[in-house]
Design a protein around this ligand. Structure first.
Ligand code: C5P
Length: 218
């Protein structure tokens, strides 16, 4: 694989609904980076499994990922709790991760020329997908805060779900993402930890911006 030289690569890992996506989008816009929410790819695979159960196999996934456009990941159906839960199940399958892996590598190391680099967020980005990232972050927040944020988000999308159901589902996903054998969620030693529980979106961005600016100005 060709790799673009002298680009800025930012890698972010986080548990569900910790605010990493919002933060990563703001960072990407500010520093003109190509942004990928890698969870959306697993969500897309999960969505395909729910929508086309009979066709769903490794070849089907391969074909879909090969022709995948960033635009496909904007489908609002990917945001449901059902799809998120299924995503945490299919993401444990080694062959599925392998297919998704190459798409992410190309995205991280070959962003279009108009971008100064890339920013990816997910569960295994800092140590598996972009281990040589210039900056690594582990974004987290306490369970209740995350459940409240996700509940608000799902309600704004008119999803029929209670806070208790969201809390239960995030707890289940945490357990699975942290404890699975393949590519579990973890904070690497070289990642900067940011707990967003008591911070506004703006405060989170300013904290991260300070760290990025220090790095790119040295
Ligand atoms: O980030 P999001 O909550 O949308 O991710 C959905 C699920 O996809 C996660 O719970 C996790 O199991 C899986 N995932 C993963 N590796 C990534 C990103 C997401 O296994 N890099």
């Amino acid at each position: 694989m060709n790799k673009r030289k002298n680009i800025l690569k930012i890698a972010i890992d986080s548990p569900a609904a910790a605010g990493a996506g919002t933060l990563a989008k703001t960072i990407s816009k500010h520093y003109n980076l190509f942004y990928l929410d890698t969870g959306k790819i697993y969500r897309l695979v999960a969505y395909l499994k729910i929508k086309f159960p009979k066709k769903f196999n490794q070849n089907f996934i391969k074909k879909k990922i090969k022709s995948l456009k960033v635009k496909d990941l904007e489908n609002k159906d990917l945001l449901s709790d059902e799809v998120g839960t299924e995503a945490s199940i299919i993401s444990k399958v080694k062959s599925t991760r392998k297919i998704v892996h190459s798409f992410q590598l190309n995205f991280a190391y070959n962003p279009p020329k108009k971008f100064k680099g890339s920013c990816l967020d997910g569960r295994d980005i800092t140590y598996n997908i972009v281990p040589d990232a210039d900056l690594k972050f582990f974004i987290t927040a306490n369970l209740k805060t995350r459940a409240h944020r996700r509940y608000k988000e799902l309600k704004s999308l008119n999803k029929n779900i209670t806070y208790e159901e969201v809390l239960k589902s995030i707890k289940k996903r945490d357990k699975s993402d942290y404890n699975r054998k393949i590519s579990p969620l973890k904070k690497t030693k070289d990642s900067v930890l940011l707990n967003t529980s008591k911070l506004t979106k703006r405060a989170c961005f300013l904290k991260i911006k300070k760290i990025i600016d220090r790095k790119i100005n040295t």
